[in-house]
Design a protein around this ligand. Structure first.
Ligand code: HEC
Ligand code: HEC
Length: 279
């Protein structure tokens, strides 16, 4: 029994460590919030983040099940202090995280709205699943109203750089087919479906335009233009000790961010690498 408790305590300690390191890595910019803003956020958005739709699968799990530190994403909430939710101090911190995912100048473009929205209703697509079938959904409308309650110039994200398709074709796609020693190809596992950014070319050699465009569509969903550090594509195959995701059911292609290939891809995500030259 004692041993179990000790093991649990150790696990908790490891979790806290990871939490601390991920938090320093993604400190939101200092933002001042009125108490009334924190209260409104607690009343409107937090119940939505906690709400379970009856399962652990995408589109059913509560946002908070995935959006704490484990994902290393920008949308990383503090782990709720108790089962009933966050403390006021935590909410204040979380509000700084959440307001980086909204655009008060162009509310409907907010990632907080467009990620959980169905792609055929204008959503971006979301590994966490579709939560809102249409923009008429009551929850969608509630979040939209909350974003509109701020002055238009309050939270406006910096414009995103363009991520180059030609560079993707020339320098990124070949990575999916060329495993490193002892690894298997990304294409073995990412051939089709929601995370099928690495289809095997139909002719067995090179991707035609249509295949390449489809793959580009999937991979751009898994990156945050301008922000390689929080881009899923650059996190998943990166070793956890080098700052990568806590879990990946596939390979760890890069030990650290210093890997030249990681650097090249980061340059591409920042919009700095374009064209056909990979060196
Ligand atoms: C099953 C896990 C899971 C659930 C549940 C989930 N998400 Fe996600 N979410 C992810 C993953 C993984 C990503 C990163 C990949 C992507 O963008 O599709 C993500 C990305 C996002 C992003 C983009 C973050 C950024 O940096 O731009 C937003 C916003 C978001 N989710 C909102 C939500 C909201 C709101 C809910 C609840 C209604 C929710 N998610 C539920 C897993 C989940
Ligand atoms: C052995 C199979 C396997 C291989 C090989 C593999 N992956 Fe994965 N990958 C998975 C599985 C399964 C998931 C979903 C579960 C998870 O997130 O770990 C995943 C998830 C991902 C995600 C997150 C997708 C999302 O929707 O959020 C990315 C990005 C990713 N892999 C990139 C890669 C890259 C790049 C390679 C090649 C360098 C690769 N993977 C190789 C199995 C694999």
């Amino acid at each position: 029994m004692t041993r179990m408790i000790r093991a649990t305590a150790l696990l908790v300690a490891i979790f806290c460590l990871a939490l601390a390191s991920s938090m320093t890595a993604q400190q939101p910019p200092p933002a001042q919030f009125q108490q009334s803003e924190v209260d409104a956020y607690r009343k409107t958005l937090e119940p939505l983040f906690m709400l379970s739709r009856g399962g652990t699968a995408p589109g059913m799990a509560a946002c908070v099940m995935c959006h704490t530190w484990q994902t290393s994403l920008r949308f990383a909430l503090d782990t709720p202090a108790t089962d009933s939710g966050w403390t006021v101090e935590q909410s204040r911190k979380n509000l700084a995280v959440v307001t980086r995912l909204i655009n008060t100048k162009d509310p409907e473009s907010s990632r907080l709205l467009s990620k959980p929205l169905a792609p055929d209703a204008g959503g971006l697509g979301h590994t966490g699943g579709t939560f809102w079938r249409t923009k008429e959904d009551a929850q969608y409308q509630m979040v939209l109203k909350w974003i509109r309650s701020f002055p238009a110039d309050r939270f406006v994200p910096a414009p995103e750089p363009t991520v180059d398709f030609t560079f993707f074709r020339s320098c990124v796609q070949p990575i999916f087919q060329n495993p490193r020693e002892g690894h298997i190809r990304c294409s073995n596992c990412h051939n089709a479906g929601l995370i099928g950014f690495a289809p095997v070319p139909a002719d067995g050699k090179t991707w035609n335009d249509e295949e390449a465009k489809r793959a580009f569509g999937v991979i751009t969903r898994l990156i945050v233009p301008g922000d390689p550090e929080h881009s899923r594509f650059l996190l998943k195959p990166l070793h956890p000790e080098g700052g990568g995701s806590y879990a990946h059911n596939g390979v760890r292609r890069w030990a650290t961010r210093k890997d030249p290939e990681w650097q090249m891809l980061a340059g591409w995500v920042r919009g700095q690498r374009t064209g056909t030259s990979c060196s």
